[in-house]
Design a protein around this ligand. Sequence first.
Ligand code: FAQ
Length: 364
Amino acid sequence: MATAAPHHTARAQADGQDEAAHAAAYEAVFDAAVAADERIEPRDWMPDAYRSTLVRQIAQHAHSEIIGMQPEANWITRAPSLRRKAILMAKVQDEAGHGLYLYSAAETLGTGRDELLDKLHTGRQKYSSIFNYPTLTWADVGAIGWLVDGAAITNQVPLCRCSYGPYARAMVRICKEESFHQRQGYELLLALSRGTPEQHEMAQDAVNRWWWPSLMMFGPPDDESSHSAQSMAWKIKRHSNDELRQRFVDICVPQAESLGLTLPDPDLVWNEERGHHDFGAIDWTEFREVLKGNGPCNEQRITQRRRAHDEGAWVREAAAAYAEKQATRAEPPAGHTDQQSNGTGSPQGDEPAGTADEHAEARA
Ligand code: FAQ
C-alpha cells in the first residue's frame, strides 16, 4: 500500500473532521426537529437507522394491508345480501388503497415497491400476525371489522403524529377509512347478535376466535419489544405496545356489552385502582409460532399473494408500456419549439398528449 504524502494526509484528516462536523451538525438539526415535534420530510437529512426503521415498519404495515384483503375477500361471493356484498367489496378495495399509500410513503425513503414486494414474497419482511387466521363463517367479517380494524385504529391514530411526514399524512386518511370499517363490523355483529339463536352463537364464536389474536396485533410485551424504545425516542411510535393494548381492551369491554356478546377471558375485570381493565395472560408462544410461519394460514396467504403478483404481471407490463408510449408522444420532435405549437406545450391544448380515440381506447 502506498504511503500518502504528508500534505495529503493532513488534507484527508481535515476532510474527515469536516465530514464528522457536518454529520454532527445535521444530526443536531434532526434531533431538534424531532424534539420540537416538527415533521421530518423526505429531502431532510435523517440518521440511517431512522430511515431503515421507518422502511421496516411502513413496509410491514403496507404488506399487512394487502395480505389483509385475503381473509375478508374470501366472503365476497358468499355475502348474505347485495348490500353486505357491496360494503365488503368497498372495504377490501380500501385496504388495497391503504397498501398503495403506504408503499408510496416507503418509496419516499428511497426503497422501491418491487424490492419491498420481493422481500414479502421471499419471507424477508413480515406482515401482521392477525392475517394468518382463517375466516370460517360470515360472522368473522364482523369480528374483523370490529376487533381487527378497531385494534388497527387504536394503533394508528397516534401514528398520525409520527415524526415522518409522508407516513403521518397517509395515516390521517387511512384512519378515517378504518373508522368506517370498524363501524361496519360492529353493525354486522350487532345484527347477528340480535338475530336468531344460531346467528347469535355464530357472532359469539367469531369473537371468541378473534379476541386473543387481536390483542397480539399490538406486538410483543414492552419488555420484549426490541424496537419500541428507539422508535418512541424518534417519535415514530408515540405509545408502547402494552399501553395501546390496554387502551384497546378498555374500549372493547363496554362495546362488547352493548353488542350482547362476551369477551373470552375469565380474568377480564375492572381494576378501580389502576382505572383500567385487568386481563388474562396472552399466549405469546402462539404469537411467536405465527411469526415463524406456523400459523393456521401463513402458507396459504403467501402462496395466494405470490400467485396474484404473478398473474398481475401483464397488467403492470401494459401500464408501463402505456406510460412509456404517452411519455414518447409528449416529447416534442427535434427542432420543435413551444412557439410553433398552440403555446400550451401540448399539441391538443389542455388535453394531455394522444388523440381522443387513444384515450377512449385506454379507458376501455
Ligand atoms: N405481527 O419491537 P417490536 C390492519 C414484529 S394493519 C407480525 O414491538 P415495532 C388494517 C416486529 O415487526 C395491521 N410481526 O416492533 C387492516 C419486530 O420484528 P422485526 C398492521 C410483529 O415495529 C384491517 C418484532 O416483532 N399494522 O390491520 C407484530 O416497534 C383489516 C419486535 O416487535 C401496522 O403495521 C405483529 N402483530 O412494533 C387490513 C401498524 N408485532 O421487524 C385488512 C404499524 C410485532 O424486528 C383488514 N406498525 N412484530 O423482524 C406498528 O405500529 C409497529 O410496527 C408494531 C410493532 C406495533 C406492529
